[in-house]
Each structure stands twice: as structure tokens, then as C-alpha cells.
Design a binder for this molecule. Sequence first.
Ligand code: FES
Ligand SMILES: [Fe+2]
Length: 385
Amino acid sequence: MNDSIFDPQKYSNTRLPIEEASPLPAEVYTSRQWYDKEMETIFLKEWLQVTRLEEIPNVGDYVRIDIAGEPLIVIRGEDDVVRTLSAVCRHRAAELASGNGNCKVLVCPYHAWSYSLKGQLIGTPSMEEAKCFDKSEYNLPGFRTEIWAGFVFVNFDNNAMPLLECLGNLPKRFADYNMQDMVVTRKWENRFNANWKIWVENSREGYHVRTVHRESLDTYYPGAVNSKFDAEGKPGVYAINSSDNENGLYVPRNKTLPFVQGLSEYDQERTHFMVFYPHLLMNLPPDRITFHQYFPEGPEWTRIVTWCCFPKATVELEEFEREAEEKYYPPMALFIKEDKDICEVVHRGIASRYARPSRYSPREEQTVYEFSNYVLDHGIGPIET
Ligand code: FES
Ligand SMILES: [Fe+2]
């Protein structure tokens, strides 16, 4: 075994069949070197969900976000096309905007260079004497932007497979949910003092629900059963089924808001849990969608944005606000806090010099095992056969 943190030998126990395998060693969660490798091999290569279309409905609407240390602006052009541009001014690199907003042109707050909604440099005050200065050489870089069911995704890699190909037959499987007709009604933003993978692993298993969420989710649904749906694209998808016909983990027992029209009986009885690596975790109960985006901010911090979207028809109901505020949002806020607290506890434990990987529960942690191996596939390369 050599000293390199990327020596595959170091991870051979995680590569074993799950009945024999160990979780990832601590340094995968704590080392800056490993983190940088993940940014390079995962976040700069895969489709990342950046916003929803209804967040930028009009020409000139934009959202500023940072992913993998890159300031980006997602903006709707005069041609109605949604683009993702670098938000770094081509003059002396000031960030061009913050938050959400609307503009006719993007004007840099530093020296007022301005850019069209397509990112072309159009205004450069006091540059008349600059020799051989051709504005057209200083447009904002743009990144591939593709859309599925109202979700806007970006990819930094020009050679990446198209989004819909990566999604396999998932769009068809979830077509009945009409997610493109849903609208975001609530968002929660949190910053966790934990590595992003601790959050993903926590979100991928139901093992912790009966302990960590006994005050929130488990009051809806005691006992989760996993079943897998293979989307045949890039994502890993699984369902947690309701054993007691309570419509899955996410629907309050005293639910009053209607289910999405036209769902099969099977879907009405379940909450599906879908992950599209590396950046989107989505929950599909029969009445709405909730999803989490996570933004790694160094090995020890993760910013998580949680969204709740309901069908437009539901939002128009007279009782919507009251029901959502009383029965839907408070348990969401509570379970995010429960997950935040436990993830931070785990991160502190992992940093201990006595932390050693043990074993997975084959029954409960198959999805965590799969994710750990996804991380290794990118960090050290796939298993050689
Ligand atoms: S840095 Fe943007 S105009 Fe100077
Ligand atoms: Fe949880």
C-alpha cells in the first residue's frame, strides 16, 4: 500500500460485497485533497440541478448561485431561453449580481461593464483608448443548461451525456406527477457543519427514521420498506413503500390536500425517494414533491436548500395556505433540523482519531453502500475487471 490518499488498496473493504463491506474511511470525509478530487471528478462532470423554471418566469429574471466554488447566474433571455453564465466580470473579476432579480442588461457593480442577457459584453465605459480591444472576445462563459419537468440543470462538462439520456426512463416513470405543473411554495436554507456525503448517506437510508425522526416522520409512518426501481440511465432510484396504506412516509395521516390527479393506485400508496447524483435528492409523495439541493462548501460544510412544490391546482384551493402551514411545513422544518443535528454529530465523530469503519447493515444500508462505491468510482476510478 502506498501513502497516496487515492491508493485503491485503502478502499478495498468498501469494494467487497455488502455482506462483507466496510463504510468509507474517515479521511474521505475530512481531507481537502479528497474534496478537491470530488469537485473535479463529480461536480464539474455531472448534471447539477440549479433552480426551477417557475423561479425565473419572465425575460431578464435571474438566480445567482454558487456551485463547486463557481459563481453562476441562471438567466432567462429575450429569446425565452434559460442560460447559465459565469457570474464573474471579464474586467477585473467582480461578481456580477447577488440573490434573485430581474434586469435588462447585467451591469457589473464595480466599473459598470455591461452584458446582454446572453452574456455578450456590450458596454465598456472609458475603454476608448485601449488598443486592439475587441469586446466580442470578452463575453461571459456559458455552460450547458438543460431542463426536465421544470427542473433546470447545468453541466460544466461539454462532453457530458445529454440530461435526458442520463435520466434514462425516469421521466417516463414519473410523467404522471406532472412536475412541470407544480410550483414552489416554500424553501428552507440551512448550512450544515458536515461533509456533503454524510448528508447524502443519511438521506439514502431509512435505518435512522425510527430514531432520529421519531418526533416528525415516524409519527406519520412507522416502518419503511425499500424497493428498488432501476431507471436504466445514470440515477439510482428507490421507493420506500407504505406497509399500512398511509401513502408513504411524507403524507400526514390527517392529510387534507388532494393527490396529483391521474396517479396509479400504486403511486397513491407510496412515497418514492429518488436520487440523481450528485446534487438532487427528491421525494415524491402522491400530493407534492419535495427535494434537496446540496452545495458542498469545503470538506466540513454543506449548504442545503430544501424545496416544497405543490400542483398549481392545489395551490389555488382556498384552504391551501392554512393546511400547508399547519400540516405540511412544520414537520418538514422539524425533520430538516433533526437531520442537520445528526449529520453534525456524525461529522464530529468521523474527525476523531479513534474513528474506524465497521460494517454495513445489508438489510438497511444497501443504498449507502452504493453511494460510497459511486464516490470511489469517481475518486479512485472504477473497479478493474
Ligand atoms: S470588475 Fe467589472 S467592471 Fe470592473
Ligand atoms: Fe433523515
